[in-house]
Design a protein. Structure first.
Length: 693
């Protein structure tokens, strides 16, 4: 029997050995990875008119090496961050980037792809393989493969720098978030806080308290407020001390915008480099580069969607603010509302209008029960079974679990689930990422494996983890991404699952899954009061449904602010000119915001999606995909949500088109296969309550 390599990052197949990985393994593993990959790529470039199998057999093997070594390192960077890991990651990153540039700019490989496209066998290739070649050719061109040597060298230097800047940007946001704290000591300031917030902030204080300081209790404090969303969001909603709300709000919107964590120049430099690279490639701006690989045809098409949604949202958003101001005045507040008052009074209005608070709802959403409800829905819709795997699976934290998905008692996929917030070493937000791709290997079929990562409120003491309704929606959202990765039937890893899916269509399955949180049998089936065990009462369910449209205009405008700012920064803005990135945001907010932008608002300095993630000139994708997902759910509504047979039939059809085919066909083709027509944007406006009938 073969011995596992002493370095856990050096294995060649199977699930990563997460509990053995340490920072010291990173450098030697990546060095060896690059030796192996380079040797194989040398063979690739030496091929003469290769067959598909000769070429992609080697390329797939290289991808497997990266999947086993580089993927876990990137994953740890997000879920088990440390100074040692950062140092190791930053040490090897330049060499990894250098190798990836060599591959992306290989003229020999580019010609091999072109040879396949121009060969007599092209027409006999599957649609999946044709998509792979077309996408690889475009990707190579966007990587500068066709540039003259002197320009290519400059282009590559920029790519190296962009990689470093993105990593630095993320680290600055994490460090700036962790550097802030507000210690609340006066019990009067904690009046009105829900127990969950007191528990969480008491626990946060005890984690970092000095030896000489007395321990905190949830009842008496002290309570530590951080800028982590699971803490600061409910704090804004429930803290009656307006000064403390203002203090934390101003800190939040100016994160990573000053002192040693200042991202302002990083933003400008990133935008400058992207713009310069776009010009070198023959595009007018980076937005055109981004859209060349997306579903939206051009910037005008995106702007048209923005304007349709903005017009439908602006008056409802004004009404939203008027409603809050009126309630505040009736409650004795004499001041005009400011940004730090919105969450507080919105929560009061929600309580008054729907007589239900997040805290009341949280009591019904026990994490384990919600998880089981999600799995039941998935099993019913898509004809699969979800089973937890006990033992023999290596995880990076005790709270992480591993599951397998079965179809007709045959294993088809697996996923790691990391549910809870760990602000000391895990980045905020929620995401799905690829652990292993579905692919054919010499040892047989490798099943797809996903990472599903959330930042739910963790259990405190003997109390179970209780979820806000938003956390429930987020879990469903990320699982939708996971389903597209895990239920793929495509064996070509380049277009299996979420791979090869146009970025503005990739949110379709995730946003589609959120709709089921408003389906009565689904939602009630996963609720049980933490003390009585009773399911969510009908009247509370009705309030959740009615509250779905609460502040829909305001929420839409907020997303449009992000999306429109992103698009302008990457299309019209010229870095280091007369205007700043914050001027761009301010100009956008003149048409999208009911309240003027605060002078010190530096939200862009922590906007990781566009400066350190994959959403540059692509943040609009959330709304674009929302149009698709709302219309997709409409198919289930038309079939009859209470008609079990029709729902199963529609669910299998959704599975076999959108989920199973993934990137192997254009998303519009798959949508039309599922829906029988192109998407209808009015379905989304109707769903949000913004369509005037």
């Amino acid at each position: 029997m073969d011995q596992a390599p002493s370095n856990p990052l050096m294995q060649e197949s199977g699930l990563p050995r997460f509990d053995e990985i340490e920072a010291v393994h990173v450098v030697p593993a990546v060095q060896q990875l690059l030796v192996r990959a380079t040797k194989l790529f040398d063979e690739v470039e030496a091929l003469e008119e290769p067959s598909w199998e000769e070429l992609f057999g080697r390329l797939d093997r290289i991808d497997q090496y990266f999947e086993q070594t580089w993927k876990p390192i990137g994953h740890f960077n997000s879920v088990k961050n440390s100074s040692e890991l950062r140092a190791a990651y930053e040490e090897v990153l330049p060499e990894v980037v250098k190798y990836s540039i060599r591959v992306s700019q290989s003229e020999k490989l580019y010609q091999e792809f072109k040879t396949i496209r121009e060969s007599d066998s092209w027409d006999s290739l599957s649609s999946a393989r044709k998509r792979i070649i077309e996408q690889r050719l475009l990707s190579a061109e966007l990587s500068g493969v066709a540039l003259p040597d002197d320009q290519k060298e400059k282009f590559n230097e920029m790519t190296h720098e962009l990689s470093k800047l993105g990593n630095k940007f993320s680290n600055n946001v994490l460090d700036a978030t962790n550097a802030y704290e507000l210690i609340v000591t006066d019990p009067a300031d904690a009046q009105g806080w829900p127990n969950s917030l007191k528990n969480l902030t008491s626990q946060a204080f005890n984690k970092t308290r000095k030896e000489e300081e007395p321990a905190s209790t949830p009842e008496t404090g002290p309570w530590k407020i951080t800028l982590e969303v699971p803490i600061v969001q409910p704090f804004w909603q429930h803290c009656q001390n307006r000064d403390l709300r203002e203090q934390t709000y101003r800190a939040y919107i100016s994160r990573a915008a000053s002192a040693e964590f200042d991202n302002t120049e990083n933003c400008n430099r990133i935008l400058t480099l992207r713009r310069e690279q776009a010009k070198m490639l023959g595009y007018n701006n980076y937005a055109e580069v981004s859209l060349s690989e997306k579903m939206a045809e051009n910037v005008d098409a995106v702007q048209e969607m923005f304007e349709t949604l903005r017009k439908a949202s602006i008056e409802p958003a004004k009404d939203d603010l008027d409603d809050l101001q009126k309630l505040a005045n009736e409650s004795g507040e004499s001041n005009d509302l400011k940004q730090w008052d919105i969450a507080f009074w919105a929560e009061r209005l929600r309580e008054k209008k729907y007589e239900v608070t997040d805290e009341v709802l949280r009591q019904y959403f026990q994490h384990e029960r919600v998880l089981n409800g999600l799995f039941s829905l998935v099993e019913r819709l898509f004809g699969v079974q979800v089973r937890e795997v006990d033992g023999d699976v290596s995880c990076w934290e005790p709270s992480v679990r591993y599951y397998m998905i079965f179809k007709d008692d045959q294993a088809v996929a697996g996923f790691f689930y990391d549910p809870y917030s760990r602000p000391e070493n895990k980045r905020g937000g929620a995401w799905m990422d690829v652990c292993l791709n579905r692919r054919q290997t010499p040892d047989g079929l490798q099943l797809p494996v996903a990472h599903l990562v959330c930042n739910c409120t963790p259990p405190v003491g003997d109390s179970p983890s209780l979820m806000t309704f938003r956390e429930v929606e987020t879990l469903f959202h990320e699982f939708g991404h996971g389903l597209q990765h895990m239920l793929t039937t495509v064996d070509e890893p380049d277009v299996a699952g979420i791979n090869g899916v146009e970025w503005d269509a990739v949110e379709l399955p995730s946003q589609f899954m959120e709709n089921w949180c408003y389906h009565k049998p689904t939602l009630l089936g996963m609720t049980a009061h933490v003390e009585t065990g009773e399911p969510l009462p009908d009247e509370l369910f009705e309030k959740i449904v009615n509250a779905r449209h609460f502040r829909a205009g305001s929420d839409t405008l907020r997303q449009l602010t992000f999306g429109m700012t992103d698009m302008l920064l990457h299309s019209e803005f010229i870095p280091n000119g007369e205007t700043t990135i914050f001027d761009v945001q301010r100009d956008v907010m003149q048409s999208t915001a009911i309240m003027p932008m605060l002078p010190e608002d530096r939200m862009l300095c922590s906007f990781q999606h566009i400066f350190a993630g994959g959403y540059a000139a692509g943040y609009y994708s959330y709304k674009w995909a929302e149009v698709l997902s709302a219309d997709a759910f409409g198919a289930f509504e038309e079939a009859g949500l209470e008609n079990e047979e029709a729902i199963e039939e529609t669910g299998r059809h959704f599975r076999d088109t959108i989920l199973a085919q993934g990137g192997s066909q254009h998303p519009m083709t798959l949508f039309e296969q599922f829906r029988g027509r192109e998407p209808d944007p009015t379905v989304l406006l109707r769903q949000c309550g913004l369509l005037k009938e």
